[in-house]
Design a protein around this ligand. Structure first.
Ligand code: MIC
Ligand code: SF4
Length: 645
């Protein structure tokens, strides 16, 4: 039978089940990645599992998110991660070495392999033909311990690229076109597989920009073939030996084929406050811009920054614009430095940020009140920039550079210059000295794990009770992101201190949530969250489940869930329930008293559930899509208690 690339790689890694869209499979994971924001909790959980050494081919721990070090917390967490890596056989990418996805693409990713990362943008490595999936930290901890990763066999959608991008139109515009077409909801359980003649016109960094932003559509992952262009990239990274060819069979069947003519795409922009709120740059032309930030794991490659440098050469940044550049990795920084491009950027007036997530996660470079901020990153959720009233527009580096010069939204095709066609170097200047190797002597067992005062024990949840009986502590609408549930930015330093971090749950939506929820919990009542469509969009942060679980949330009843968040809820013992009839959502109000009788018994028998609304005096049906394995986890109160049983 003819197969897609997705099916080929998954089948090579299946350890349980069969590739049949909609059915659960378990796959072996070759590589893992974590970063400091999700990694500290992942490693605390890994430690709790009592495994001696990671069992993957390669596991890398990156330090790239919490790097501000305003206080002891970040630095202490970094030291904890270093000691863990040395002891358990994990490579450690030091702070300053770069953003996990950019570094992994450059130095470690291999076509045909599986990668599981505790970050939603792990699919970036799909740009070189990996099946790279984002997951909660606990799932990654299990994979490091040699356990398989469970997922639903995806529906593979082929995005058939034709033609060639016109000058000034970029991979970011392709990513935004895909978002406009598919939106941020309704794509759970799908994989975007790229094919067609147009693929041959895209370099690896361009492909990686596109697979990176597939995350915003909520797909399991996105993948490109591995071809001559991939080989050239691997060669430029002195890793030609890691290359293998990967292509779909001629007549491979797909759940759907969507044609995209690259030559018809124009410069696009995602308007506030969702990555799928796409307009053409032309439509917004002339809008005054206060801040321009170029970087993030979407657009911070050598190619991106050299192109920007060529646009800005011998020009100055507009006096009303605050202009920030964050190279994706030390390798990018070092190469643009050696090529002279960095001097052009600095001369133009760029503020040079560290090679970290920085502005993208809102822990620095927050824009002014009500600002218009143009960013090359992938998310523009409310408040994520660090300034609640700011309006973030997501654009290509080319559109960002044009605005940096003119001070307003500008279609870069109208800058009156020839498009700077940047060639990638034959061989990058490579220096891996910021990647620390783990100890491989028997003495490693004696390595003492450093724990600063910010590091707490991962909380243990109790088993699911016989009945859920409590209150709707909050009712939210559609497209609630994990940024709404638990903010990152300046609060992110509490990632390894759950009792403290939990104080900020739903802070963006309702400042009194924490007080209320604690009152109910302390009276022995359960908390229930009611939500609309696509609950839990965005990041993979398991804290969006772990902290509510700590606060006594036992169930979320929503119209629909995003994949990673739904798994995280299960992993921390919260039952994800969906309305049988969506109109029942309208009958509930915050504060209503709900009972779900016999949930424990009914779940264990995979039977239907009824919710009684005591306040309104009615009842309604809810459903769940949980395999026996997932039901076992929920009944035990989460994956950790289940694994330790
Ligand atoms: C993000 O872009 O939202 C993050 C911060 O990288 C998250 C991970 C986290 O919350 O730690 C993600 O994308 O998964
Ligand atoms: Fe970092 Fe932003 Fe990428 Fe998340 S999206 S990994 S915060 S650069």
């Amino acid at each position: 039978m003819s197969k897609s690339i997705t099916q080929k790689i998954l089948e090579e890694h299946i350890v349980k089940g069969e590739f049949e869209p909609g059915k659960e499979i378990a796959i072996e994971i070759d590589q893992t990645l974590t970063h400091d924001a999700t990694g500290t909790m992942a490693y605390l959980q890994f430690e709790a599992m009592g495994i001696e050494r990671v069992k993957t081919e390669l596991s890398v721990s990156y330090i790239d998110h919490n790097t501000i070090q305003a206080g002891f917390e970040n630095a202490d967490d970094h030291r904890y991660l270093r000691s863990i890596a040395a002891k358990y056989g994990i490579l450690l990418s030091r702070v300053g070495n770069g953003i996990c996805h950019q570094v992994h693409l450059e130095r470690f990713g291999k076509p045909g392999k599986t990668l599981l990362g505790s970050d939603s943008h792990t699919p970036t490595c799909g740009g070189i033909g990996m099946i790279a999936i984002g997951a909660g930290g606990l799932d990654v901890a299990v994979a490091m311990g040699g356990g398989p990763f469970y997922l639903v066999s995806p529906k593979v959608i082929k995005l058939n690229l034709n033609g060639e991008l016109r000058p000034w139109v970029t991979a970011k515009d392709v990513a935004l076109k895909v978002l406009e077409t598919f939106t941020t909801k309704g794509n759970v359980g799908c994989v975007f597989e790229y094919g067609g003649e147009g693929v041959k016109t895209l370099s690896v960094p361009e492909r990686a920009t596109i697979t990176n932003m597939g995350a915003e559509c909520g797909v399991t992952t996105s993948v490109f073939p591995s071809d001559k262009i991939t080989r050239k990239f691997m060669h430029s990274q002195a890793r030609a030996q890691d290359w293998v060819e990967l292509k779909a069979d001629e007549d491979a069947e797909y759940a759907k084929v969507v044609d995209i003519d690259l030559s018809e795409i124009v410069p696009l922009v995602a308007c506030p406050h969702s990555p799928d709120n796409v307009k053409t740059v032309k439509e917004l032309e002339g809008m005054a811009v206060n801040q321009v930030c170029i970087g993030s794991c979407t657009n911070s490659s050598y190619k991106d920054l050299r192109t920007v440098a060529r646009i800005l050469k011998e020009k100055k940044v507009h006096p009303d614009v605050d202009f920030v550049i964050a190279p994706g990795s030390k390798q990018v920084l070092e190469n643009i430095c050696r090529s002279g491009a960095l001097a052009d950027l600095i001369s133009a007036g760029a503020r040079l940020a560290e090679c970290t997530c920085g502005f993208c996660i809102g822990n620095s470079y927050a824009p002014t009140t009500d600002a218009v901020s143009l960013r090359t990153s992938n998310r523009n959720f409310p408040g994520r920039s660090g300034t609640n009233s700011a309006k973030v527009y997501l654009v290509s580096p080319e559109t960002a550079a044009a605005a940096a010069i003119t001070g307003k939204m500008t279609d870069s095709r109208e800058l009156g210059m020839e498009y700077p066609q940047v060639e990638m170097p034959e061989r990058f200047y490579i220096d891996d000295s910021m990647i620390l190797q783990p100890s491989d002597t028997p003495d490693r067992v004696k390595i003492k794990i450093y724990r600063g005062p910010n590091i707490g024990e991962p909380p243990r949840n109790s088993p699911l009770p016989e009945d859920i009986s409590g209150f709707v502590t909050i009712k939210v609408g559609d497209k609630i992101t994990t940024d709404h549930i638990i903010p990152a930015g300046s609060k992110m330093k509490y990632r390894s201190n759950i009792a403290k971090y939990a104080e900020f749950v739903f802070e963006m939506v309702d400042r009194d949530f924490y007080k209320r929820v604690v009152q109910y919990r302390d009276k022995g009542k359960h908390n229930i969250v009611v939500a609309g469509e696509s609950y839990g969009q965005g990041s993979s942060r398991e804290h969006a489940a772990l902290c509510p679980a700590f606060l006594g949330v036992k169930a979320v009843i929503a119209k629909s869930f995003e994949r990673i968040h739904a798994s995280n809820l299960v992993n921390f013992g919260i039952v994800p329930l969906t309305f049988e009839l969506e109109s029942d959502y309208d009958t509930i109000d915050a504060g209503d008293e709900l009972v779900i009788p016999n949930i424990r018994r009914l779940l264990s028998k995979n039977e239907g559930l009824t919710v009684i609304n005591r306040t309104k005096g009615n009842e309604f049906e809810v459903s769940y899509e949980l395999s026996e394995r997932l039901r076992d986890i929920v009944l035990a109160g989460g994956l950790l208690p289940c694994a330790l049983r």
